[in-house]
Design a binder for this molecule. Structure first.
Ligand SMILES: [Zn+2]
Length: 59
């Protein structure tokens, strides 16, 4: 039943996790995330997330 040939590392590509969170930065509601959020970490919306991350990785 399982297509093992398609399983690379266990993460499904582009699977959105649905839920109910709030952005730790601006407080906006988040209903889906491209990854599974860690319960002990702040969750950011897409905008704040991109602000938090440097636009380019120099390393
Ligand atoms: Zn935000």
């Amino acid at each position: 039943m399982f297509d093992r040939n398609n399983d690379r590392g266990g993460f499904a590509p582009r699977a959105m996790i649905k839920g109910n969170w709030k952005c730790s930065e601006c407080g906006v509601e988040i209903t889906e995330l491209p990854f599974e959020p860690a319960p002990d970490r702040p969750i950011y919306c897409r905008e704040c997330w991109s602000k938090k991350r440097p636009p380019r990785f120099s390393r």
